[in-house]
Design a binder for this molecule. Structure first.
Ligand SMILES: C[S@@+](CC[C@H](N)C(=O)[O-])C[C@H]1O[C@@H](n2cnc3c(N)ncnc32)[C@H](O)[C@@H]1O
Length: 343
């Protein structure tokens, strides 16, 4: 699959750039300040090394937060696009290991016994797929994990407990803005979904195709051009500008994490029209409902929320920031909400 991804990436990225002004991205609505971020997502070509070990490289905003790297903030802030950070597959550093184990224990001790199997599965990080990892112990096992995978495992547990409130587990699962595919992979296994559809920006489509092919060998399909089609029983990596012609089936559950919140109003509307209206039964999302700046559409007022029945809604995180006096304060207005919506 990596050879197919590499061979097809340049044509896909070229099509993405040609379509970047349409609803899915609306480049014209974004200020120049977004240019650096955009240059990552629309790379005209990509190296094998970057695709293969993307979490060893500075790529900006593919779901990996600064704190996940066992390196200093100053170092990452001056990183060049696609720069490689040199460390081995596992970090044997006492400080890092102790911190990782403390974070692991803090969340593990709060789990219900029924949640432990999913947590232990989702917290395990793929050793061959880049990124800083350490080893934790729990229940007599050694577990290769990372600060990132601990956060993702907590989220997978939260998501599955929401999905378990539905009458039926999803047969078809769709993720919009799925980063490099970690959450989709975990949910595929635990919900036993047969068919998956993943939609994101060009760089992410390549990285997710690679990651998902490692986790589910032989099941990934690239739906990147006119000749491709979405297939049952596969993990379909579907290009956003092709949705109107390729999105031909109903979806039991769509998920979106920290992604709709970043989009412009027009892009939110584009994705509602092409992915949800008349097609999707449930949406589970975790996002800010209020915009952080004027490039973001207010999710609170979109059809995602106004055209569905909100079955569950609660705050799962409230961000901290430094005020003028240097005190750390929380900003309730920018809280992240966890919501389950039925259409
Ligand atoms: C902050 S990241 C979150 C990634 C992942 N969902 C997670 O929680 O770890 C935002 C994601 O939304 C995607 N995204 C942002 N704007 C998008 C758009 N207009 N169309 C498709 N995906 C978009 C980004 O590429 C990225 O994967």
């Amino acid at each position: 699959m990596i050879d197919e991804i590499l061979a097809r990436y340049p044509a896909m990225a070229e099509a993405a750039s040609a379509e970047a002004t349409s609803g899915w991205f609306r480049a014209a609505g974004l200020p120049d300040a977004h240019r650096r971020h955009r240059s990552f997502k629309f790379q005209p070509s990509i190296d094998r090394e970057v695709i293969d070990r993307f979490r060893d490289h500075y790529l900006s905003g593919i779901g990996i937060e600064l704190t996940d790297y066992a390196i200093g903030k100053a170092e990452i802030l001056k990183a060049q696009p696609f720069q490689k950070f040199a460390y081995g597959k596992l970090i044997f550093n006492q400080g890092y290991s102790d911190q990782l184990q403390a974070e692991f224990d803090a969340v593990f001790s709060k789990l219900d016994p029924a949640q432990i199997p999913l947590f232990l599965h989702a917290v395990e990080d793929v050793i061959d797929c880049g990124g800083a990892k350490g080893v934790c112990t729990a229940e007599g096992r050694l577990i290769v994990c990372s600060r990132f995978s601990i956060r993702m495992a907590v989220r997978a547990v939260r998501t599955m407990s929401m999905l378990q409130t539905l009458d039926q587990m999803p047969g078809t699962l769709l993720e919009l803005g799925g980063g490099f595919g970690k959450t989709l992979a975990d949910l595929m296994i635990w919900s036993a979904a047969e068919t998956a559809i993943y939609v994101d920006m060009p760089l992410n489509m390549a990285l997710a195709a690679r990651y998902l092919d490692i986790v589910f060998p032989g099941r990934v399909r690239l739906v990147w051009s006119d000749e491709d089609r979405v297939q049952d029983g596969k993990i379909n990596i579907l290009a956003p500008w092709l949705l109107a012609e390729k999105m031909d089936r109903s979806v039991d559950v769509m998920v979106n994490f920290l992604s709709l919140q970043h989009m412009q109003t027009e892009s939110q509307a584009y994705y509602f029209d092409t992915l949800v209206r008349g097609r999707t039964r449930h949406l589970y999302h975790e996002n800010r409902l209020a915009p952080r700046d004027d490039t973001e559409g207010p999710l609170r007022a979109t059809p995602f929320r106004t055209e569905g029945e909100i079955l569950a809604s609660r705050v799962v995180d409230v961000p901290w920031f430094m005020n003028a006096k240097g005190d750390a304060v929380q900003n309730e207005a920018l809280a992240i909400w966890s919501e389950l919506i039925r259409y």
